[in-house]
Design a protein around this ligand. Structure first.
Ligand SMILES: [Mn+2]
Length: 376
């Protein structure tokens, strides 16, 4: 029955109901038969969507893993990807297999306000692309998710929240993190956001700064707009408060690969099922190895084959390790090899601390996740 709902409109669904759905006992009562939940559901379901954004082919990989993770957990909502002008045709082709709608955003040839904002602040190009999600007015409500997020369970309940709902940012919890947020598409809001952009810019140079300044009562006005942290769990938080992660981490519903190093910056050995961190050995990793492995397993199983088909004979960066006959077996102790920790000067450590980063990767023992929370 659930699988049918998106394909039926209300009257079709109702037409099925009188003979099949109502147990006779309910008909005899005075209470409304299906408590209005069914019509409410079927009228909103097709009008709500998860939205993500890819500004490059690398982020497109992330977007596809995210989209596939939502599909794997049986979302009933539409999946929409906004893509910037730098994403290649083949990538867009592959994305169409996962997303209901892939929409090319070119802020330069759209609204006057956007052009004005860009002329004043050329650095805000990517940000304006993200704000474009407010123009998706064919949907009544949306959940925006960064392409560097991945869901671990169904999160359709987020559509019960109002605009603007988001989880606290681990670096400054009176700000929300803009990697996951609930919003209501509106051209009017979009125009206001663009005008706000061109007048005020962004205090952090990105969309998070603008959105926090614009929705500036988030911290205090309405607790229902504070999403629990498990809807936007960042690796940075894991390392900065490990006991809390040990205690609550198994409830996580969305992981956010926050920071400079993204899952697609690693590589993956398909034969061994191992993530290789050597390509980014210059930086200590911030990503939980179990989540990182989960990302790559999803990518290898569901995304890479789509890219392979889309690219055909043309070369593309799969991220997979080429296998050689004689491998150096030096790093095979753990099932997942994090990037090798490097020696850090105290000066550098101070800099990293100020940037809100952990430097203790090599010595911190992370709890492993239980099997339930890592199922694919
Ligand atoms: Mn992000």
């Amino acid at each position: 029955m659930l699988a049918l709902i998106p394909a039926l409109n209300c009257s079709q669904l109702w037409s099925l109901c009188p003979s099949q759905c109502k147990p006779p006992r309910i008909i005899r009562t005075r209470t409304p038969v299906v408590r209005l939940e069914a019509p409410h559901h079927c009228s909103t379901m097709s009008e709500e969507a998860f939205v993500t954004l890819a500004t490059s082919d690398s982020y497109a990989k992330g977007a596809m893993v995210l989209g596939q993770s939502l599909r794997n957990h049986n979302t009933t909502r539409k999946l929409v990807a906004l893509v910037g002008a730098h994403v290649t045709e083949c990538c867009i082709e592959a994305m169409k297999s996962i997303f209901d709608e892939v929409s090319l955003v070119n802020v330069m040839d759209s609204e006057d306000t956007a052009n004005l904002a860009l002329m004043k602040r050329p650095d805000l190009g990517v940000t304006l692309t993200k704000l474009h999600c407010w123009t998706l007015t064919q949907y009544s409500k949306c959940v925006f998710m960064d392409a560097d997020t991945m869901v671990l369970s169904n999160i359709d309940e987020l559509f019960e929240r109002g605009e603007l709902s988001a989880a606290p940012d681990p670096g400054w919890p009176d700000c929300f993190n803009s990697g996951v947020f609930v919003f209501r598409p509106s051209n009017e809001t979009h125009e206001k956001l663009l005008a706000f952009c061109s007048e005020n810019g962004s205090f952090d140079g990105g969309d998070q700064g603008i959105l926090n300044s614009f929705f500036n009562t988030w911290a205090t006005a309405d607790i229902s707009k504070h999403l629990p942290f498990i809807y936007n769990l960042s690796s940075i938080a894991i390392y900065s408060y490990l006991p809390a992660f040990k205690h609550y981490g198994h409830n996580a519903k969305v992981v956010h690969f926050l920071g400079q190093v993204k899952p697609w910056n690693y590589s993956y050995d398909q034969q061994k099922g191992e993530v290789k961190g050597h390509s980014v050995a210059q930086q200590p990793g911030h990503l939980h190895p179990d989540y990182l492995l989960l990302w790559w397993q999803l990518y290898a199983k569901a995304v890479a084959p789509l890219l392979q088909t889309a690219y055909g004979d043309a070369p593309f960066i799969s991220g997979f390790v080429e296998h050689k006959e004689h491998e150096d077996g030096a790093h095979q102790a753990s099932p997942v090899s994090p990037p090798e920790p490097i020696k850090i000067s105290s000066e550098e450590r101070k800099k990293r601390w100020e940037a809100g980063r952990s430097t203790t990767w090599g010595t911190t023992h992370l709890p492993t996740l239980n099997a339930n929370s890592t199922h694919s």
